[in-house]
Ligand binder design. Structure first.
Ligand code: GTP
Length: 270
């Protein structure tokens, strides 16, 4: 009996180490994320003790197997609970990520939405105020988009918006950010780019989009867009920059569409 008591005591000591000291270390290293692990291992230890006493009392297994049985049951319990918790954590983080993406991206095109664009724009304007450099924005608007909707239907219009977004995103540099402001209007942020370079980039995009017809409901349709460009200066704010780009977009539309209008008030003919 004394030998059994000593064996049990040494096992308990070993298990205390296993169930409490190791999780405690994990808890200290990883902080509150491991609290659940710590509690689970503590519960497993309680379970282990309860089972050991119960099985010993019932004498359904020999003392040699008592340890193995109680230890296996307790560890299995801990493993199951911890793996369920891991699954729940993964599910929760997946959900959180999905909601973050939904809140920051346009559901139709998958591009950054207005909220993200405004925040990035503000950030770039502040950066330019602190340091030298150049930064331009371009406001893009698909020409006569209503006609596409009216002729081919709203779903075809959606498909054009998606295809248009993909093309612009693919044709721009990785440092540039393209997002959807709403409807058929998009905003392109061009860091380290002055108005002349932005003009060149946008005119190139304009030509490539116009020269490669879109497939709309089995028809080849020419899609064009107009652009207003504004270059950020030390006097600019995000609001004034947007207003200026919008003004130039208006000029581009007024002067015939499928054009780029820049800060210098020069409209580029197609
Ligand atoms: N399919 C589709 N249509 C949209 C969406 N958002 C806005 N629209 C439509 O886009 C059209 C925009 O029309 P307008 O503002 O007159 O502009 P436009 O026809 O492109 O004319 P201009 O900009 O002057 O060249 C409207 O008919 C809107 O209903 C969308 O998410 N999907």
């Amino acid at each position: 009996m004394l030998t059994f008591g000593l064996i049990l005591a040494s096992f308990l000591l070993a298990h205390w180490l296993l169930f409490l000291v190791i999780p405690a270390l994990v808890f200290i290293v990883f902080g509150s994320k491991s609290l659940y692990t710590y509690c689970t291992m503590g519960l497993a230890l309680l379970m282990y003790n309860a089972l050991a006493v119960r099985f010993n009392h019932l004498e359904i297994v020999s003392p040699e197997w008592l340890e193995v049985l109680t230890f296996s049951i307790s560890v299995s319990f801990a493993v199951i609970v911890l793996s369920v918790q891991q699954r729940m954590l993964r599910y929760e983080s997946g959900l959180r990520q999905e909601w973050q993406t939904r809140a920051s991206h346009d559901p139709l095109t998958g591009l950054p939405n207005r909220i993200v664009l405004m925040s990035l724009l503000q950030h770039e304007v502040e950066r330019l105020h602190r340091a030298n450099g150049s930064f331009s924005i371009a406001m893009l608007d698909i020409d006569h988009f209503k006609r596409i909707n009216d002729t081919y239907g709203h779903a075809a219009g959606d498909a054009v918006l998606i295809e248009f977004s993909k093309r612009i995103d693919k044709m721009t540099r990785s440092a540039d950010v393209v997002g959807r402001l709403g409807g058929e209007e998009f905003l392109l942020l061009l860091p380290e780019t002055d108005a002349a370079s932005a003009h060149h980039v946008l005119d190139n995009l304009r030509a490539r989009v116009a020269d490669d017809p879109f497939e709309v409901s089995g028809n080849q349709v020419q899609v064009t867009f107009s652009t207003g460009i504004a270059q950020c200066s030390r006097a600019s704010s995000a609001k004034s920059l947007l207003e200026e780009a919008d003004q130039h977009l208006y000029y581009a539309k007024q002067s015939g569409r499928n054009r780029v209008s820049v800060t210098s008030r020069v409209a580029c003919e197609s």
